[in-house]
Structure formats: C-alpha cells, structure tokens
Design a protein around this ligand. Structure first.
Ligand code: ADP
Ligand code: MG
Length: 397
C-alpha cells in the first residue's frame, strides 16, 4: 500500500492544513498522565511548519465522554514544540467566529480545535459535517493512525474533500505493517494473546497465511479448550468464542498455530490466588474447577515460545499472555516481552501493538528497545487482518 505524503501536497506556503491527530491521551484533573501520542505527531507538525503551512490540529478525546476538553493538551503541546504558540480555539466548527479566528492566524502559528467528538456528525460520518470541516483548510493530513479503522467524518470523509496525504506517523505505520504482510524476513513468528478471540480471529487467520508460526496465549485460548470439552472452571470464555475456535481449527494453515503446553491456574478472587501449573493433555480433561481460572501460560510454554522467538527474524506481538495486571500472573507476558525487547533492534525486527500490550512495555520500561511500537491497537489489528481502513483508502496513490 502506497500513500500520498506531505511532499505530494505541493507548495504549502501560506496554506492552512487540517491535521487529524490522535491526542486521545489520559487526562486526570486537568493533567496529562501520558503524552506519547502527542510526541509522536510532533515531527509532522514541524514538517508542516517548515513547509510554511499553518497546521489546524483536530483530535478526539475519550470515547463516550464528549464533554472532555483538549485545553490541557494545547498547553502541553506548546512546551513540546519549544514554546511555539498553540492557539486553542473553542469556537464551534461551522460558526463565523471560528472562520474569523482561522483567517486571523499568522504564518508559523498552530491552532488546536476542541474535541471533535462533541459534534454528532463526526461519529455518524455525516457528509454535511465533513463539508464544514473541509472549509477549515486548504489541505488535509492524517497523522492519527489510531483512528484510521474508524469511518468517522474527520478520518474518512474530510480527506475526500481536500487535497490529502498521510502524515509522517501514518506513513511509518503503514510502511512497517505492510512489510509484515508483504515481505517479512523469515522466520516470521507472531505472538497473539489477549482476552477475546472474536477480536483477534481475523488477524490470526491473516497471519497464519504469512507467518511461519503463530503462538497463542491469553484468555482467548480458553475458547479452544471449551470447544474441545476441557474443563476450564471460572476461566474467561466468550459467548461466541467456541464458534471462533472451531473456525480456526478448520483453517488450512492450522499447522502453523501453536497452543500452550501448560497453563497457570489460580483463584482470581482470593487474596492469595495459589498459582498452580497444569499441563494440557492431548485428550480433554479438567484443567481447573470453579472458583479457579486459567490466568497465565505455564513455564514449559514460556520456554517453548522463547525458543521460537529466539530463532525469528521478524516478530509481531499483540495481546497479553495472561491476566498480567494481577501478579503473579504477569510472568508469561513480562518474560516474553523482555525476550522480544532483547531480540529487537538487531537480531530480529520486532513490532508490538495493542492497548494492554503497550501497558506491559510501559511497566517494564521496554518500549524503547522495540523496533516499532504501533500507535494504533485496533487499527493495527485491522490492518494486519487485511481489512480496508476507511482512513487510509482516501490517501492511497
Ligand atoms: P490488547 O489491548 O493489547 O490488544 P486485549 O485487549 O486483547 O489486549 O487483552 C488484554 C486483557 O486480556 C488484559 O486486561 C488481560 O488481563 C486479559 N487477559 C489475558 N489473559 C487472561 C486470562 N488468562 N484470564 C483473564 N484475563 C486475561
Ligand atoms: Mg485491549
């Protein structure tokens, strides 16, 4: 997939550029708890300023909380950009007041508009709202990879109404993720975990076609056990999970699918959860009974997966191997995260993504060792599943 880039927009001197960014950062009592997403867009903002453009930044904030304000982000961005002035414009899109303020912006300044989810037309992907958005600027740049899988007006429609291109972050994400699907250096090993098999099934199926091995962990594996009649006690099993597990078991490439050899069970509700290792037999048996649940992959599995990851030239990881938020069930995720970090930058090309998966990297301070940490959880999964992303299609060359 080749996208148009900022250079393809031609001479941007004196032009206003609508930049869709993902500033959906955690804010508690007006303070930013984390600014990674803001930092990731700084290169694009600086490139546009260097080209003589005036960036008009547009972002959403917090799903389901449209009253949330981006005001603290404007202040923070100002500091990141070396005290360059960032004007936070509260005027509503579509009003003459906003149009006047935008007209008054001088070259070299930056504007940030209020949370786009305050407008019902955004999520509804409304055409007339998109037309209002298009009047704000002369060109459009998408640097919000995290929302590219959303058919929202500022993501999917606005770029069809203006000369449009991908920002530097979106460009890098697409280059790296395309390489995984189209030209991965072999052996390519994928490690997929997490809670729900339904959200991971499309990506597992797609990866089975391109990876040499797909290693599974996390609660999603419980669905396979349940489908085959193993006793899983209080383990997390999804309503539609058994059907999904059966579908995967029929996949032509299922030879490449690797399941845990053993798991760690425990009582998730108890103060002392009493972790115990259970080997998974070839024939259905009781893995655990209520109130016990499967909460992590076991030591033999960690060793086997580590071996596979050590021989890999390309690695992609999404999804925790267990309930890592509750020690001691973090071991599987943390040990394999460390291994991926030590293999990355040199011996293997490592790509990691996903909301909770990144939380593991943050906790263990390992993100910096990974070749590519994706800024989009859902968007990365959709891309790797081979889906058409509504935010990327309008930017294709
Ligand atoms: P990501 O956001 O990285 O894609 P998911 O959203 O798919 O990851 O899944 C993350 C969640 O899955 C974590 O909160 C973790 O606690 C949970 N999880 C993984 N394995 C288990 C398990 N065996 N039992 C209960 N929860 C689990
Ligand atoms: Mg998640």
């Amino acid at each position: 997939m080749v996208l148009r880039t900022i250079n393809d927009l031609g001479d941007l001197r004196g032009k206003r550029v609508f930049v869709r960014v993902d500033f959906n950062v955690p804010i508690a009592s007006g303070r930013l708890a984390d600014d990674v997403r803001i930092r990731l867009t700084v290169p694009t903002i600086e490139a546009l300023l260097a080209a003589g453009a005036t960036p008009i930044l547009i972002s959403h904030l917090k799903e389901g909380k449209p009253r949330e304000t981006l005001a603290p982000v404007a202040e923070h961005l100002e500091q990141l950009l070396g005290k360059r002035r960032v004007q936070f414009l509260r005027d509503r899109i579509g009003t003459p007041a906003l149009a006047r303020r935008l007209d008054a912006l001088r070259g070299g300044s930056i504007a940030l508009l209020e949370n786009i989810r305050r407008y019902p037309g955004e999520v509804a992907n409304d055409r007339s709202f998109a037309r209002q958005l298009a009047t704000l600027a002369d060109a459009y740049v998408n640097d919000a990879f995290g929302v590219c899988h959303r058919a929202h007006a500022s993501v999917a429609l606005a770029p069809t109404l203006l000369p449009s291109a991908a920002g530097l972050l979106v460009e890098r994400e697409v280059t790296v993720l395309s390489r995984l699907l189209e030209d991965p250096a072999p052996p390519f090993v994928a490690l997929i975990g997490g809670a729900k098999i339904s959200t991971k099934l499309p990506v597992i199926e797609r990866l089975l076609g391109v990876a040499d091995a797909v290693l599974l962990g996390g609660a999603l594996v419980n669905n396979f056990y349940a489908a085959r009649g193993y006793g899983v006690g209080a383990s997390l099993v999804e309503a539609s999970g058994i059907a999904a597990a059966k579908q995967l078991a029929r996949n032509q490439k299922r030879r490449n699918l690797t399941m845990p050899l053993d798991v760690v069970v425990g009582d998730p509700g108890a103060k002392r959860p009493n972790p115990r290792v259970v080997t998974i037999g070839a024939r259905p048996h009781i893995i655990c009974e209520q109130p016990l649940a499967i909460l992590d992959i076991g030591p033999a599995t960690i060793r086997a997966y580590a071996q596979q990851l050590k021989s890999a030239a390309t690695i992609v990881w999404n999804g925790p191997m267990g309930k890592f938020e509750q020690p001691p069930f973090h071991h599987g995720s943390v040990i394999l995260a460390r291994l991926i970090a030590t293999r990355s930058s040199g011996r293997a090309f490592g790509v990691v993504g996903g909301g909770e998966t990144l939380a593991i990297l943050a906790q263990t301070e390992m993100a910096r060792y990974i070749d590519h940490v994706s800024s989009g959880g859902g968007a990365m999964l959709a891309f790797l599943a081979g889906e058409k992303l509504p935010g990327l299609t309008p930017l294709m060359q």
